[in-house]
Structure formats: structure tokens, C-alpha cells
Design a protein around this ligand. Structure first.
Ligand SMILES: Nc1ncnc2c1ncn2[C@@H]1O[C@H](COP(=O)(O)OP(=O)(O)OP(=O)(O)O)[C@@H](O)[C@H]1O
Length: 263
């Protein structure tokens, strides 16, 4: 669905690449976290997927299309296939909840009949039924992010990109929001890519974890935590001597374990 082939991105007036020879593939229907320290290239990765920035070298392919080959007139069509959610919600302050979500469909030229059906259905999906008339300032941060998610998915895009969507939310609300993204991923098969610093969320969800450091892919785990699991290649720490435990036994009988291949 999303494929990076040896992608390097160096911004103008920058010495170091923001992404450095990055190759990875995110399959259709996957839910992937992108983690890494500040400045490691997470947002850059997402920006390349919507062709907000060109690559310096290498290719980004979305649904098999090389974005470098996409004529500018087709970029809006690409972006219609990709919902985006950000840390700062980006709602229209003078429109109510329903109008904010409907606006995303109006700019796509959807007929009013479809809009009247899709908006309430999507508000229900994100848990905002009954709040359609509220203005953004009358909502909590978590509710505002739900509106932003409704707006991003109301036209059922196959891909949803979320850049630090929980960055302004408390831990409980953050978990609710990421569970909502996981529900959307499950229900619609939407491919979700979420850049985050939130270790609690990543540890809780146990999804794919793509870790960047200085633009380099340093870890890619199918069901990972925020901090990598200890490698089995690392020597185990020496046990503390403890009277009465197995290690203190002067003549332990290892035979059975060795034969079974346990360690
Ligand atoms: N528009 C830009 N022009 C020049 N350099 C940029 C631009 N955007 C990002 N960078 C640089 O590219 C590198 C990667 O930035 P990016 O925003 O992708 O990282 P990030 O992992 O998303 O960081 P954060 O977690 O702080 O949001 C950083 O060194 C940053 O300073």
C-alpha cells in the first residue's frame, strides 16, 4: 500500500538528511506506529506519503503509483485517498461539529444527500452522536480530536496518517483516541500510520513499530513496544548469588534441561 524504496530526503539548506536511504513497506490494512526521538524524520515520512515534499532520491509508492511520476493535477486525487490527523486538531473554529465534518465532503463536491447520510454515521463512529451542533470551543481536547478524525475518515479513505494525534491529550484520552483509530483500522480495513512519542500507547497496542533515528530505520517489529525488547544475542546479566536458589546448589542436575534443549 505504501512503499519506500531507498528514500533519502534532504531539506533545502540542511546538511543532514531528514530520511536516509529508507526502505519499508506498509501493507494494506496494517496499523503501524512510527517512533523515534524528536527530529528523527517521523513527520517527514508522513509528508512524503501525501507528496507534500518531494524525495531527494529514491521512490515513494502509494497503491503502486510512484509519487514522483504523479502529475501535479493528480495530487489532489492522491490526497483524497489519504485522511490526515494532526496534534493540533485544525478544526474550523466558526463551524460546528457537523459543519466541520460536512465541509470535508463539500470540497470534494459530494451531493448533499450523501453528506446528510455520511456525517451522522461518521459522528456516531467516533462517539460524537448528539454533539453535532457544538462549536469546537465547546468541546474537550479529546472530542475535538474525534471531530478531526471524523473529518479525516468521512469519505472512507484507504489510508489514514496521524502525526502525534495524542500530543495534546491526557493519558486516558490518548488511549481512547488510539483505540478509536484501531477500531477504524479494524472496521474499514483502513491502513493507519501514526507517528508518536507516546510510549504508553505503543506498549498497550502492540502493533507494528517502525523506529527511526536520524532518518535511519533502526527497528521494524511486527508487534513491538516503544522500547525494543532485549535481544537474545545479548549476554544475560549474571545472577546475584542467592542462598537457597538453584544457582546456589553445588551439584545442580542440568541433564534433563540440556537434553530437552531448554536454557
Ligand atoms: N521544512 C523543513 N526545512 C528544513 N529542515 C526540516 C524541515 N522539516 C523538518 N526538517 C528537519 O528534518 C529533520 C526531521 O524532522 P521531522 O519533523 O521529520 O522529525 P520528527 O521525528 O517528526 O520530529 P518531532 O518528533 O519533533 O516532530 C529535523 O532535523 C528537522 O529539523
Amino acid at each position: 500500500m505504501i512503499r519506500f524504496e531507498n528514500v533519502t530526503k534532504t531539506y533545502a539548506r540542511s546538511q543532514r538528511p531528514a530520511l536516509d536511504d529508507l526502505s519499508l513497506e506498509i501493507e494494506r490494512g496494517q496499523f503501524a506506529f512510527v517512533v523515534g526521538p524528536s527530529g528523527s524524520g517521523k513527520s517527514t515520512l508522513l509528508r512524503l506519503v501525501i507528496r507534500e515534499e518531494p524525495t531527494t532520491s529514491g521512490s515513494v509508492l502509494v497503491a503502486g503509483h510512484d509519487l514522483a511520476m504523479l502529475p501535479p493535477r493528480k495530487v489532489p486525487r492522491l490526497r483524497r485517498q489519504i485522511g490526515t490527523v494532526f496534534q493540533d486538531f485544525r478544526l474550523l473554529p466558526n463551524k460546528n461539529v457537523t459543519q466541520n465534518v460536512a465541509f470535508a465532503l463539500q470540497v470534494l463536491g459530494k451531493p448533499n444527500r450523501a453528506i446528510r447520510m455520511l456525517v451522522p454515521e461518521t459522528l456516531e463512529l467516533v462517539g460524537l452522536e448528539g454533539k453535532g451542533k457544538r462549536m469546537p470551543h465547546e468541546l474537550s481536547g479529546g472530542e475535538q480530536q474525534r471531530v478531526a478524525i471524523a473529518r479525516a475518515v468521512v469519505n472512507k479513505p484507504p489510508i489514514l496518517l496521524a502525526d502525534e494525534p495524542t500530543g495534546n491529550l491526557d493519558p486516558t484520552t490518548s488511549l481512547d483516541i488510539v483505540r478509536l483509530l484501531a477500531d477504524i483500522n479494524n472496521q474499514y480495513g483502513t491502513t493507519v500510520v501514526m507517528a508518536t512519542h507516546d510510549n504508553v500507547i505503543v506498549d498497550e497496542m502492540q502493533r507494528r513499530v517502525i523506529e527511526l533515528d536520524h532518518g535511519v530505520l533502526v527497528r521494524d517489529e511486527a508487534q513491538g513496544s516503544y522500547i525494543p525488547a532485549p535481544s537474545f544475542d545479548e549476554p544475560a546479566p549474571a545472577p546475584e548469588p542467592d542462598e537457597g536458589d538453584l544457582w546456589a546448589d553445588p551439584n545442580p542436575d542440568w541433564t534433563e534441561d540440556v537434553v530437552r534443549g531448554d536454557d
